[in-house]
Write a protein that binds this ligand. Structure first.
Ligand SMILES: [Ca+2]
Ligand SMILES: [Ca+2]
Ligand SMILES: [Ca+2]
Length: 376
């Protein structure tokens, strides 16, 4: 009899525990935002909590004190982001209990696409000549969502930074540019998954093995998603199979889009609403340079020539600078530091998140061997 009672009891306990497993456990997440150093708290701050396990996103707004509450979130790994017009913060939370967390805002927009690597120094041929056709820019989706590269423009600042920036008068709200190329597409032609990147090559070939290449080049760019292509002046550029970027502003006399090999090019990723050519046409500073509002900039990196310190970008775009000390023909590049790599069995397992505090002095490695699609 006792045995029977015991087994009934055990079955009942098993049933209860089964029932309990069906009940979703929720926790409360309290977020407290601090303003950026020396700044006031922005009026409107959106706070999102994205569950990295099932992809669901929950949104709320912070109150005047910077407090935001998510009352009932299911247990899991979350990416919490706070963003206003001019400030942002990001934090990863493991929510397996009620949690109170503090996040400090930084200046600048929330990074979506970020410039992950820029190889502009070029390499040295066996005959000790400079070879620059292997230059590339790699752009990484640093967000938790699929983004589209369509319509994303890459720009080069109008000033090389060798002396005081003559466009400093507009820097607080606009930047002067001398080059703008845009990714083609109808809006959804070029999806980029979270943690993935795409490469814009000067020439999309295997520079190490191509007969027109350089066996000393550090890169094979045959699988680059896009390339720069120019016939405008000399007709010497070769159109390889990779799709070409759309040239919107390219006033140089040369056979291709070649970045300044000693670091004179401050780059930016920009979303220009509407027709890019129309916008530029109506916003020319002179025959060769245009003006673009800082608020359209998705990411910017102030690459500086060796030994120079003449800033061009406002601190909201890039509070610092990055210098490649080895200079031209060194075969070395600048690359964003890895912030963290998501793990612990999330859907996003292995996704690399790069450091983006909008300060390239902190965010970038320099004098590193180019590593297209790689990280360290
Ligand atoms: Ca080319
Ligand atoms: Ca091509
Ligand atoms: Ca940035």
């Amino acid at each position: 009899m006792i045995k029977r009672l015991l087994s009934v009891l055990l079955i009942a306990m098993a049933l209860i525990s089964c029932e309990q497993e069906d009940v979703t456990v929720t926790y409360r997440l309290d977020v407290k935002l601090n303003p950026a150093t020396g700044e006031k708290m922005p009026e409107t701050i959106t706070v999102n909590a994205k569950n990295e396990t099932n992809g669901q996103t929950y949104a709320t707004t912070a109150d005047a004190n910077g407090a935001a509450v998510f009352e009932t979130l299911s247990a899991g790994f979350y990416t919490v982001t706070a963003s206003s017009e001019a400030f942002n913060a990001v934090q990863n939370i493991e929510l397996f209990d009620d949690i109170q967390t503090t996040m400090t805002l930084i200046k600048g927009k929330l990074g979506k696409f970020v410039i992950k690597e820029v190889y502009y120094s070029g390499s040295t041929t066996p005959a000790q000549k400079g070879y620059y056709s292997d230059q590339f820019i790699e752009i990484h989706n640093n967000s938790a969502d699929t983004l589209y590269a369509d319509g994303l423009s890459i720009t080069i600042h109008a000033w090389y930074g060798m002396s005081e920036n003559p466009y400093a008068y507009m820097a607080a709200d606009s930047m002067a540019i001398q080059l703008c190329y845009t990714v083609p597409g109808n809006g959804t032609d070029h999806p980029v998954a979270p943690g993935k990147s795409f490469i814009i090559a000067q020439d999309a070939i295997n520079h190490q093995s191509d007969e027109l290449g350089n066996p000393n080049s550090p890169v094979n760019l045959a699988d680059a998603e896009f390339e720069f292509y120019s016939t405008r002046f000399t007709g010497k550029d070769v159109d390889h199979p990779a799709p070409n970027l759309i040239p919107n502003l390219f006033p140089f006399i040369g056979s291709d889009v070649t970045m300044h090999n000693r670091g004179g090019n401050a780059l930016a990723l920009v979303r220009i609403p509407g027709d890019v050519d129309d916008f530029l046409k109506n916003n020319m500073i002179d025959a060769m340079r245009a003006k673009i509002p800082n608020k359209w900039v998705e990411d910017a990196v102030e690459i500086m020539p060796v030994g120079k310190t003449f800033k061009r970008y406002d601190s909201t775009l890039d509070a610092g600078t990055v210098v490649l000390e080895a200079g031209a023909k060194s075969g070395l590049s600048i690359r964003r530091k890895v912030s963290h790599i998501l793990s612990d069995g999330r859907l996003s397992e292995g996704r690399v998140i790069y450091m983006d505090t909008n300060n390239s002095s902190n965010d970038f490695l320099h004098d590193v061997t180019p590593m297209p699609r790689g990280h360290e």
